[in-house]
Structures are given as structure tokens and as C-alpha cells.
Design a protein around this ligand. Structure first.
Ligand code: NZQ
Ligand code: ZN
Length: 384
């Protein structure tokens, strides 16, 4: 078990109707910048609930933040927030809106070129205060201090972390899931699944209690996924379990005392940057490659995963691992997601481009830097 430090200051409000509690968290008379996406919140009633909770505040809106939030769009929000001297920012949306807002609230405190702190050339400034109303369970962004920003102009996508940039509070109302397209539910299930494996399928000797928590998240997803993805509106209970699993998957909790991987994520980010694929889709493509290529290094945990999550036991190590990888791939495909690069018309050129990018950045990924650019190429090659 590794040494660790843990602190998570985010206050959660969880349950139907809890959006009204925003009124308790933001002082009357505050000037509030409300950030949101392409308009789903206006169709499902969440916008009206937020505005009702903010009735005693001065509201300034910034809508139109895209999925995979774009740097240039966000810079317009930064200019607006600075000009209006807002007291508080409220993100209403999924990971893209929350991440975008983490950037906006940090950049409002920064005088230089904010791209520098995204790419690690400058320290990330403390963020101005913000909260979130989550509408899509997936990223855990509502309860962590990470953000991922895209820059379409240069086809780049980078993650940054800001220990002084957690949301002050997040409202998790599971009824938000009712209006989600099945494609986004699939993305959210896969994202949560792979956040969990990034912190679980690494080295032997991690805390037993964390292994069991991680397996609990994975088993819950496998159990509820068919209900969530079936035609029609899922039950409140399934939506609530989905939302809780997503938040617990990436709020720092599962990372206590464990080695972390994140290679699948970093490779996936490049596929989004170069081809615009949904984040969840990129993970479903890359994951199997990472597990295949790194199977010796991850052997003990892959065998444990096979047995405890999929009930697979008999055979040689390689046979068991092959079956566990196939079971996971079937699971992703059962959500309607294709998992091969070729199925998205992506080939050789992209594999070379990703390897070159990682070589230029001198990035060795994975637990203890075991996923070199050469391994990245192998990982992608077995997903053609
Ligand atoms: O823009 P609107 O109209 O709101 O529609 C959105 C968007 O098109 C829609 N949507 C959201 N909630 C809805 C809804 N539609 C109907 N009903 C609702 N209740 O869903 C679409 C996708 O939204 P988005 O916010 O992009 O999805 P997600 O939450 O999956 O976020 C993806 C982004 O998060 C980053 C990803 O890289 C990507 O940029 N990540 C952030 C992480 C973090 N901060 O810790 C970790 C993750 O690994 C991930 O990298
Ligand atoms: Zn993710």
C-alpha cells in the first residue's frame, strides 16, 4: 500500500429536487455567471430550476460551450466574467461544462496567456469560487480538481489539475439522466468503468479495501448498464446508482494507496483531438489494446479482475486474461459502441501521429512510466 494524502472539499447535494439548494450556497445579490452547453438544460427543465434557485442573484449567462470544451470559446467566457466582475460561477452540465468552468474560473485570475497553465508551462492559478449542477454522470469532474481542455485550432487536448480549483459544491440530481441520449449514457458508463480500471488494473499489492471498492463500482455498472441502455426512461434507482458510481469513480477516493495508470485516457485524448470522437468511445477503443500489450505487467490484477468481476477462472493465465478482455469488449459493444479504430475509419497515419506526439512531449505513461511511446504504437496497432 502506497503512502498517500487525501483531501476533497466538495460538498454534495444528492437527490431529486436538490437543485433548489443552490440558493443556500450562493449569497443573495451575488453576480453569478451561469455556464452551460448547447441547450439540453433548456429542454429538460434544469435551466428553469437553476434560475428559480438564483432568483435573488444577478445572473449573467454564457451558453454554447461544446462537448470537449474549446479553448477559444472558453476565452470568450473568461473575457465576459472579467468584464462583469462576477462573484461566483455556476456550471450547469456534464464534464465539458464543468471542466470549461474550472478553466474559466482559473483564467479569470490570470494575466498571462492561460494556455501556458493548461500545458504545464506555468503554475495553475487558484480558481475564483464556483459550483456545479451535474447533468451527465461520467467524468467525476463535479468532485475532482481536474479539467480537460480541447483546442480545435491546433487539434490538441490537454488535462490540468488545480488543487485550488475544486467546486465549492455540486448538485447531483439523478433525474437529469432521464433526458440523456443513450449514446451519452453509454459514454458515461464506459468513462466510469475505465476511470475505475485506471486505478485498479495496475500493480499487485494495492489496498484490499480499495480493490473491493473498485470492484464494487465495476460490478454495479455491469449490473445496471442493461437497464440504463434499454429503450425507454430508466428507473430513478438505476440513474441514482449510475450517478453515484460515476462520482465515486473519479473523486480521488479509489486512488488512495494505489498505483495509477491513465495510459488509456492519455491515448484516448489524442483520438478526440485528432478525430473529434466522444471521450467514452476513445476509451472503449484503446482499453483492450492497453490490457493486451501490458498483460505481463498487469497480470496479477487482470487475473483478479477476471475472477471477481466476470467470474472467469479455469485455464492458463493468458487464456483467463483473453476471456476477461473479451468479456469487457462485449460489455462495451452491448452499449452500442464500436471498439476498433477501423470501425471509425482511423488507420496507420493516426497511430504514427500519436506516437510522434508522445515522443516529442517525452511522455512515458502508465503506472511507473511503463507505457513508452513504442508501447503506445503497439497498443493502437492492435486496435486497427
Ligand atoms: O451541450 P448540451 O446541449 O447540454 O448537450 C450535452 C452534450 O452534447 C449532452 N447532455 C449533457 N447532459 C444532458 C445532455 N443531454 C440531455 N440531457 C442531459 N441531462 O451530452 C453531451 C455531452 O456532454 P459532455 O459534457 O461533453 O459529456 P461528458 O460529461 O462525457 O464530458 C466529456 C468531457 O470531460 C472530459 C473529457 O475529456 C471530455 O472533454 N473528462 C474530464 C475529466 C475530469 N474533469 O476529471 C475526466 C474524464 O476522463 C474526461 O477526460
Ligand atoms: Zn474519462
Amino acid at each position: 500500500m502506497n503512502k498517500f494524502e487525501f483531501q476533497n472539499p466538495v460538498k454534495l447535494y444528492f437527490g431529486e429536487g436538490e437543485i433548489a439548494k443552490v440558493a443556500k450556497e450562493i449569497a443573495p445579490g451575488s453576480k453569478v455567471l451561469v455556464t452551460y452547453g448547447g441547450g439540453s438544460i433548456k429542454r429538460n427543465g434544469i435551466y428553469d430550476q437553476v434560475m428559480a434557485a438564483l432568483k435573488d442573484c444577478i445572473v449573467i449567462e454564457f451558453g454554447g460551450i461544446e462537448a470537449n470544451p474549446d479553448y477559444d470559446t472558453l476565452m470568450r467566457a473568461v473575457a465576459l466574467g472579467k468584464a462583469e466582475k462576477v462573484d461566483f460561477t455556476l456550471a450547469v452540465g456534464g464534464g465539458s461544462i464543468i471542466d470549461g468552468t474550472k478553466f474559466i474560473t482559473a483564467a479569470m485570475n490570470y494575466d498571462g496567456d492561460p494556455w501556458d497553465f493548461i500545458v504545464g508551462k506555468a503554475p495553475v492559478p487558484a480558481a475564483k469560487p464556483f459550483g456545479t449542477v451535474l447533468t451527465l454522470p461520467a467524468t467525476g469532474s463535479e468532485m475532482n480538481c481536474g479539467a480537460v481542455i480541447s483546442r480545435r485550432a491546433t487539434k490538441e487536448k490537454y488535462a490540468f489539475h488545480n488543487a485550488k480549483g475544486f467546486p465549492q459544491f455540486s448538485v447531483l440530481d439523478p433525474t437529469a439522466v432521464f433526458s440523456l441520449p443513450k449514446r451519452q449514457i453509454a459514454n458515461g458508463i464506459i468513462d466510469t468503468f475505465i476511470h475505475t480500471t485506471e486505478q485498479y488494473l495496475t500493480t499487485a499489492g494495492s489496498p484490499r479495501v480499495m480493490d473491493r471498492f473498485a470492484e464494487g463500482v465495476l460490478l454495479t455498472l455491469v449490473e445496471i448498464a442493461p437497464h440504463l441502455i434499454a429503450e425507454g426512461t430508466p428507473s430513478y434507482d438505476d440513474c441514482a446508482n449510475f450517478m453515484m458510481a460515476a462520482t465515486m469513480g473519479l473523486n480521488g477516493f479509489l486512488a488512495m494507496g494505489v498505483d495509477e495508470d491513465w495510459a488509456t485516457h492519455m491515448i484516448g485524448h489524442e483520438l478526440t483531438a485528432l478525430h473529434g470522437l466522444d471521450h467514452g468511445v476513445t476509451l472503449a477503443i484503446v482499453w483492450e489494446g492497453t490490457m493486451n500489450v501490458m498483460r505481463r505487467e498487469k497480470e496479477a490484477k487482470l487475473l483478479q479482475y477476471a475472477e471477481r468481476v466476470w467470474g472467469i477462472t479455469g485455464g492458463t493465465s493468458d487464456e483467463i486474461i483473453d476471456k476477461a478482455i473479451a468479456a469487457t469488449d462485449n460489455f462495451f459493444r452491448s452499449l452500442g459502441v464500436k471498439t476498433l479504430l477501423g470501425e471509425y475509419g482511423i488507420g496507420e497515419e493516426t497511430i504514427v501521429a500519436v506516437r510522434n506526439r508522445f515522443e516529442e512531449r517525452k511522455w512515458n505513461l502508465g503506472e511507473n512510466g511503463i507505457v513508452t511511446p513504442e508501447k503506445v504504437e503497439q497498443i493502437l496497432r492492435c486496435r486497427l
